[in-house]
Design a binder for this molecule. Structure first.
Ligand code: PLP
Length: 285
């Protein structure tokens, strides 16, 4: 497996980063994950726009222009052939001379890009759905930035797993916000609802595509805050992310969501999404 680190293409086992890297010591960095289907990156412009925005928000200079980034991705995809894959991009503020919270002069960002296989969901997951638990959102107040600092997300996901669930739905001030690594959709009275973009959640690329595809198909959609007690009234709950697509949640805190089966609107959305991917594989999306 070849990865890209600071301008070099290296076997994974030979790549290393200093212990004084600010990513390692402070979690001072941002990242992006771009799925690649049939060799075609999924919504590349949107992912790159989000990376540029994350970097700007935390004041890390963008080390490359878009053509340079894309050249790195192309070379890595050539060197790591395979089926569906994802590109993981991480940029930290760089390596310090000594441990100091404030940015020091002359830092140059540490840039890592690597390719991983996408593991398709178990067919049982799409037939039966997943279970989720509701947890308090313990993250910071800039969840719109895709920061590598993921401790609250890690603890939430682990709590979910220990309770026999797949994902945690995070609640802040009585509002359901998103999953620990996914965006949240509800179906209430036949309308698909997702919380509006703000600093409390990550503006998911899959979320935007779901809204777009639903709109084109004439499925009613609405961006509105979701009070946590609405979760129990929803006939369907979905969680979306680049690597896990649209997952139907059929059990919430141990109780059935709707009739406990993946719902009809989920099935439509899932099919629309698979069509979109098929078009992308053929190079047309
Ligand atoms: N929300 C959080 C907190 C995430 O970490 C992610 C992605 O991993 C998402 C939402 C979904 O974003 P995307 O659809 O761009 O993968």
């Amino acid at each position: 497996k070849t990865l890209f680190l600071n301008g070099r293409y290296l076997p994974e086992g030979e790549a290393s980063v200093s212990v004084l890297d600010r990513g390692f010591l402070f979690g001072d960095g941002v990242y992006e994950v771009i799925p690649v289907f049939g060799g075609h990156p999924f919504r590349l412009d949107q992912h790159m726009d989000r990376l540029v925005r994350s970097l700007a928000e935390v004041r890390i200079p963008d080390p490359y222009d878009r053509e340079e980034w894309i050249a790195v991705f192309q070379r890595l995809l050539e060197e790591n052939p395979g089926g569906d894959r994802s590109l993981y991009i991480q940029v930290t503020r760089g390596v310090m001379a000594r441990r100091d919270h404030a940015f020091s002069e002359g830092l140059s960002p540490t840039v890592l890009v690597m390719v991983s296989p996408i593991i398709p969901p178990d067919p049982a997951v799409l037939e039966q759905g997943i279970s989720a638990v509701v947890l308090e959102d313990h993250r910071w107040s800039r969840c719109d930035i895709k920061a590598i600092t993921l401790l609250p997300n890690v603890l939430a996901r682990q709590q979910a797993v220990e309770w026999g669930a797949t994902e945690a739905i995070l609640v802040r001030n009585g509002q359901a916000i998103e999953g620990a690594a996914s965006n949240l959709f509800l179906v209430v009275d036949g309308v698909v609802v997702t919380p509006p973009k703000d600093r409390q959640l990550l503006a998911g690329i899959t979320r935007d595509l779901v809204l777009e595809l639903a709109g084109e198909a004439g499925i009613p959609v609405m961006e509105a805050p979701i009070p946590a007690d609405r979760l129990r009234e929803a006939s369907e709950i979905w969680l979306t992310s680049s690597t896990r697509e649209i997952l139907p949640v059929t059990r919430l805190d141990g109780s059935a969501v709707g009739d406990g089966r993946p719902g009809p609107l989920w099935a439509r959305m899932h099919a629309l999404y698979q069509d979109y991917k098929a078009r992308l594989r053929e190079g047309g999306a």
